[in-house]
Design a protein around this ligand. Structure first.
Ligand code: R5P
Length: 291
């Protein structure tokens, strides 16, 4: 197996190579004056099982991924497994209104063109895997995040909405503590409403866990609610930390005690690695690689 990390997954590709004890391919990447991307493989990948690791976010990184896949395919790789630590566009997974693009499907179809197998981490909804036209799998970083939270003596886990309840339950089981969920209504891309609800959070070290932190509105409002109810500390944890639109400032203003995310998107808050779950998934799905 030869791993190849794109520009949006440098750390996670190194972590993965170390975990699997497999080499990382040498590549040359640059941008032309008009900002178009250029890739050249510096190693011979002919006949090899190549694992391309690239987070498909933001837009430019999707183009990079498609070019890398094209180069690997053209160079005669035996198989191409695409690891999408974060699968951008996956939240538009259906038509909410007539005339809309199903973004997750559109991107998945293009990635499938030069891939034999796809693995992604904590997708917003599992059914998006069906949009790929090759075998596609998900893995979860929740156990790695939970281990970190356990070391921080978290004793109450909260999901910001009912949809994230199973994630909170899994984390609480691993930490061995209580969990609950809040009622969230999304008003628009930037605004959410958290309906107050009585929680058993008084005097506790709480962690709110979600798949994505984007603008931070969901977490910020949840923190305010928890602090009102007497939580001693409130940490927020997610797999994919987008942190857009002043999310960090919003969270700090809400009196957040700690911000934790994985390295599916590399930020200052990438305190745990999703490489462990990806490595396990790669080994489990290796049978999809051509003999
Ligand atoms: C959506 O349902 C996701 O699970 C997250 O809750 C959402 O993306 C968070 O967005 P924001 O940080 O902008 O509130």
């Amino acid at each position: 197996m030869l791993l190849l990390g794109g520009t949006s997954a440098k750390t996670i590709a190194i972590n993965l190579a170390n975990k699997l004890q497999q080499p990382l391919a040498h590549t040359s990447y640059k941008r032309f004056p008009d900002d178009e991307f250029y890739v050249r493989l510096k190693d011979n990948v002919a006949g090899q099982d190549v694992v391309v690791v690239q987070t498909a976010y933001p837009d430019q990184k999707i183009v990079e991924l498609l070019l890398i896949q094209d180069a690997v395919h053209d160079a005669g790789a035996k198989s191409i497994t695409v690891i999408l630590p974060y699968f951008g566009y996956s939240r538009q997974d259906k038509k909410f209104e007539e005339g809309e693009a199903i973004s997750a499907r559109a991107i998945a179809r293009h990635i499938s063109m030069n891939a034999d197998c796809v693995i992604t981490v904590d997708p917003h909804k599992e059914h998006i895997l069906k949009f790929f036209t090759v075998p596609a799998y998900s893995c979860s970083a929740v156990s790695t995040i939970s281990l970190y939270l356990k070391e921080k003596n978290i004793d109450f886990v909260l999901a910001p909405d009912k949809g994230a309840r199973d994630r909170a339950k899994e984390a609480a089981t691993l930490i061995n503590c209580e969990y609950d969920y809040l009622e969230k209504t999304r008003i628009d891309g930037f605004t959410v409403k958290i309906t107050p609800k009585k929680l058993d959070a008084r005097g506790k070290h709480v962690a709110i866990i979600d798949d994505i932190i984007s603008t931070g509105s969901t977490m910020a409002q949840s923190i305010v609610e928890l602090k009102k109810q007497g939580a001693k500390s409130v940490s927020v944890a997610c797999t994919h930390g987008l942190f857009v639109g002043g999310a960090k400032e919003k969270l700090l203003a809400a009196d957040c005690d700690e911000i934790i995310s994985t390295d599916t998107i590399e930020t200052e808050f990438s305190k745990v690695s999703a490489a462990e779950c990806i490595a396990e998934s790669l080994l489990k799905t290796a049978h999809h690689i051509k003999n």
